[in-house]
Design a protein around this ligand. Sequence first.
Ligand SMILES: *Cc1c(COP(=O)(O)O)cnc(C)c1O
Length: 434
Amino acid sequence: MKVMNPGKPSLHVFETLESEVRSYCRSFPTVFTKAKGYKLWDAAGAEYIDFFAGAGALNYGHNNTVLKQKLLQYIQNDGVTHSLDMATEAKEQFLELFHQVILKPRGLSYKIQFPGPTGANSVESALKLARKLTGRSTVIGFTNAFHGMTLGALSVTGNKFKRSGAGVPLHHAVSMPYDGYMGDDIHTIDYMENYIQDSGSGVALPAAIIVETIQGEGGINVARAEWLRRLEKLCRKHEIVLIVDDVQMGCGRTGTFFSFEASGITPDIVCLSKSIGGYGLPMALTLIRPELDIWEPGEHNGTFRGNNLAFITAAEALRYWENNEFTKEITDKGDMLNRRLHGMTASYPQLKGQVRGRGLMQGIAFDIGGLAEQVCERAFSKGLIMETSGTDSEVAKIMPPLTIDRAGLQKGLDILEQCLKEIASELGAGLNSR
Ligand SMILES: *Cc1c(COP(=O)(O)O)cnc(C)c1O
C-alpha cells in the first residue's frame, strides 16, 4: 500500500466512496480514531480539543466513563437493544427518572413521546400534533431558525440553501422576525401580533408557533426572556400551540436543563434530542402537555423509537441534574468563557468581533466576511475543533462538552486567541502594504 503523507491521514476513501453531501469531514479534514471527554485523536496521533461537541449531542463528553460502564454492563447482560416502542425495563427506568429528576422539581407536567430518534423527527411530530389539535394548517417559524432537514422541519427553517434542498415548495408555514431581527426600535411580537389579528394580513391564524430560545445554527441569536413571555401570551390569547425546539439548547447547554427555564414560560410542546441520550446515541423526545396528548396509538410511528442503549445512558446522564451543582458549574464556566471572549474582541478591535450567546453556547460574530471560517480553519490546524454558525457562516461558535474542566476550556481559548492574534496581524500587514 502506498503511504501518502505520513504526517496526515488520507481522506482518499471518503473522497472516492462517500457522497458529495458529506460536510463535517470537509471542515475537519482528518480521520479520527479515539475520543474521550473533551478530546479527540486522529490516525496520526494528533490531539484535538473539541469545542463542537457533536453539534450539542455530546454535552456529557465523549465516552463518558460512568455512562460507558452502565452501557457495557447492560450489553454484557444481554439487555434488550431494539424493541420498537414495546415496554422495556430500560425505558421504564428512563421515564421514571425523567419524571422524578427533571419534570417534577420544575413543576412541569408533560406526557413523554418517543418519536424517531432525531431532532427533525421530534419537530415533525410536534407540527403534526399541533395541526391535529387545532385543525389549522399554517405554522409560524422565525427568521434564521433551524429545525432539521425533513420537509416539515425545513418549512419552518430560515436558511435559503437548506430550504432549496427540499426540491418542492415548502407550504403551510410563514416566517416571522425573531427577537432583534428588525433592529432595536421594532418589537417583533407587536409586528407579529398585527399579522395574526388583522384579517386582511394574508396570514391565517396558525396552528403553532415554533421557536428556539437561542438560535444555535442561525447565528447564536438570543431571544430576551421578556420577548419569550410575550410570545407565550400571544399564543395563549389566540389558542396557538407554542412549541419550543430545545434540541440543541436543551440538556443544559445554557445552564439550566431546559433553555426556557430562565424566562419562566411553559411551552405546550418541547422537542428534545441531541444530548438527551447522553452518550451520543440517537434518541429524541417530544414532551406534550397532558391535555394536548390526543394521539391515536401508532399515529406517529417509527422503527427506532426503542433505542434501549440510549435509554440506559440517558437515564444515567440525568444524575447530573439531581441537584443544582451542574447548573452552577455550567454557569461559572459560561461566565469565564464570556470574559475571555470579550477580552479577545477588545484586544483585536480591527476584527470587528461581537460576543454572542450565554452559558456554554457562545461565539464571536464577525463583520468581516469569511473571517469566522478562517478562524475555525486555523483553529483546526492548531488542534481545536470549532464550527461556524449563521446564514453567512459569520459566527465562530464555541460549544464544548458541558463537562469540560476549566484547564481544558482555557487551553482551547488560548488556541482561539492565538488564531485571532495571527489573523489580526496579517490583516494589519495587508492594510499597511496597500
Ligand atoms: C440539530 C437540530 C435539529 C435537527 O436534529 P437532527 O437530529 O439533526 O434531525 C432540530 N432543531 C435544532 C434546534 C437543532 O439544533
